[in-house]
Design a protein. Structure first.
Length: 126
C-alpha cells in the first residue's frame, strides 16, 4: 500500500476506486445467491452506473470524516473528466468523487472502513 495516496490525482484514485467498488458489488451478488453470470453482470452494471453511485454519496452524508469529504470533493471537482455521452455530468462527477474516496481508502489499507461505507450504501440503495 502507498504511504501517500493524497499525492495521487483524484482521477487516478477514482480509476482504482471504480474497481474496488465494482468488486464489492460483484462479491455481494455472488454471495447473495447463485445466478447465471449474464444476470450477475446486468445487476452489477445497474449498481455501478454513475446515477446509482451518485445516489450512493447522499447515503453517506453525516458518516464521512472531514478527510473523506475532502477526498470526495476533490474527485467530484477534478478537471479532465471525460463525461460519457449518455451520462448526466453532475451525476458523473459525484460518482467520480465516490470512486476517488474508495480508491483512497483502499490505498490506505482501510478495508474495514470500506466495508462499513459499502454496507451502508448497499442496505439503503434502492
Amino acid at each position: 500500500h502507498m504511504n501517500h495516496p493524497k499525492q495521487l490525482s483524484p482521477l487516478t484514485l477514482a480509476f482504482l476506486g471504480d474497481a474496488v467498488f465494482e468488486l464489492l458489488v460483484r462479491e455481494r451478488f455472488v454471495t447473495d445467491g447463485n445466478a447465471p453470470v449474464a444476470k450477475l453482470h446486468k445487476k452489477t452494471v445497474a449498481v455501478v452506473c454513475a446515477s446509482a453511485q451518485s445516489r450512493a454519496i447522499f447515503l453517506l452524508e453525516g458518516l464521512l470524516s472531514e478527510e473523506e469529504t475532502d477526498i470526495y470533493k476533490r474527485g467530484r471537482n477534478a478537471n479532465g473528466h471525460h463525461v460519457p455521452k449518455n451520462a448526466d455530468p453532475v451525476e458523473y462527477r459525484r460518482a467520480t468523487g465516490l470512486e476517488a474516496l474508495f480508491g483512497y481508502l483502499y490505498l490506505k489499507g482501510e478495508q474495514a472502513r470500506i466495508r462499513f461505507l459499502f454496507d451502508h450504501i448497499w442496505e439503503h440503495l434502492e
